[in-house]
Design a protein around this ligand. Structure first.
Ligand SMILES: [Zn+2]
Length: 417
């Protein structure tokens, strides 16, 4: 659990720099390390630098360079460390998700304060506590901390690449399915649930969805709603203590593709772009769930058997380098004895009305697809560069990536994936 007092100070403004400088003065922050790449330095870093130097503050820069794609991996972490000095400094993450994750990790491990200055509204992770990092080719989330503050400059965000804006919208749309999956896990698998946290996620989501139509044109009001929603989602994660409300089957599909690309040495894709497509897919499964009567479910569950060896072999085939870890993670589902399985079936049947209510909270897949398309985001696996077989594999097996009872896990038990 994370102490809610760790919630960052957040400000979103047309020109946020004056307030940022005032905040630093008030906090008595005087020495800084800016972490950026050439593009984000041009987009926002230069203005931040000029403003800090104008008031006489001390600034050191660690500009990431080299490969075209910045990954939060050993190479880039060492690149930043190589440009650090021995002074105590406040770290400034000037960039999108990856630069923020590199900064979050280094700030935490060096016991430094860090401030997030996003350059694109591309993810909900700016104020998050975990940093997804790639070590020796494997992606894992390192426990870190939230920034002390986040300053979102609307003029910078509006000028961000359209695909990054669409990715942020995709990450936020994913809350429709992640919130539904979270409640499903609560009803069917005793996952911890918090109505207050759900309400704050819904508020952020609704605000953004009500004004997304002008997002593609860089409309300031829509941009405000998007970044406010993304930061609000990050705050919800801090409040709840982990990512569960914000990360369901749509994120597991995204994690699956992300790892596959990494293992196959193919170029990465924006997190929110994958999550957007994962959301459309997951919503389609909620539609399948909506159509099932209690009688249908009863008939399907009568056929449900769990073959532990088959399940383990599938995990070994699909995720060879991490299969031991995943088999261990999935053991409550894979190694269910007959009594436990019967109890689960009973529970699904008894709560089917509630499952249908939860499914009704997810908009139809086609509606989500149209919303994402209106903002210019990819809407199909093919648009992300994945074959039908790669899409199918993600649908069938990504429910093994986390120990959570999601919609796709339910569909796995019902054998309707
Ligand atoms: Zn996300």
């Amino acid at each position: 659990m994370i102490d809610a007092s760790e919630k960052p100070f957040v400000l979103i403004e047309g020109d946020v720099i004056p307030a940022f400088i005032k905040y630093c003065s008030d906090q008595n922050y005087k020495k800084f390390l800016m972490i950026a790449d050439n593009r984000t330095y041009q987009a926002l870093g230069k203005r931040v630098e000029d403003a800090l130097l104008a008031v006489g503050f001390n600034l050191r820069k660690a500009l990431l360079s080299g490969s075209e794609e910045i990954i939060a991996d050993e190479e880039h972490i060492i690149q930043v460390m190589n440009q650090m000095d021995a002074e105590e400094r406040v770290f400034l993450a000037v960039g999108s998700g990856t630069i923020t994750d590199i900064t979050r990790f280094l700030a935490h491990r060096t016991r430094s304060t860090f401030i997030s200055l996003p350059t694109a509204p591309s993810v909900d992770g700016f104020v998050s506590v975990g940093a997804p990092l790639v070590f020796r080719g494997l992606k894992e989330t390192a426990d870190c901390k939230a920034p002390a503050a986040a300053f979102a400059d609307l003029s910078t965000l509006a000028a961000a690449p359209k695909l990054m804006i669409a990715a942020g919208f995709g990450d936020l749309l994913g809350k429709y399915t992640s919130l539904a999956d979270w409640k499903l896990g609560h009803i069917l698998w005793d996952e911890r649930y918090d109505a207050h946290v759900e309400a704050s996620f819904r508020a952020a989501l609704n605000k953004c969805v009500s004004s997304y139509a002008h997002l593609a044109e860089g409309d300031p009001k829509s941009m405000y709603a998007l970044i406010d929603g993304l930061i609000g989602s990050g705050m919800g994660i801090i409040e709840y203590g982990n990512t569960q409300p914000a990360s369901g089957a749509e994120h597991h599909i995204s994690h699956h593709w992300e790892m596959k690309l990494l293992w196959q040495h193919r170029p990465g894709l924006l997190h929110g772009a994958k999550v957007g497509v994962g959301t459309i897919i997951t919503a389609a499964y909620y539609e399948k769930i909506k159509k099932l009567t209690l009688n249908d479910v009863n008939n399907l569950l009568n056929e449900t058997i769990i073959n532990p060896e088959e399940e383990k072999q599938a995990i070994r085939n699909v995720y060879p380098s991490i299969s031991d870890r995943l088999i261990d993670l999935q053991s409550p589902f894979i190694n269910m004895d007959q009594n436990r399985l019967e109890a689960l079936k009973e529970r699904i049947l008894t709560n089917w009305d509630t499952v249908l209510e939860i499914a009704a909270s997810v908009p139809p897949s086609a509606e989500l697809r149209d919303m994402l398309a209106a903002v210019g985001g990819p809407t199909t696996p093919a648009m992300l560069g994945f074959s039908d077989a790669e899409a199918r594999e993600a649908i069938l097996y990504s429910n093994n990536l986390r120990r959570r009872f999601t919609s796709l896990k339910l569909c796995h038990f019902l054998n309707i994936l």
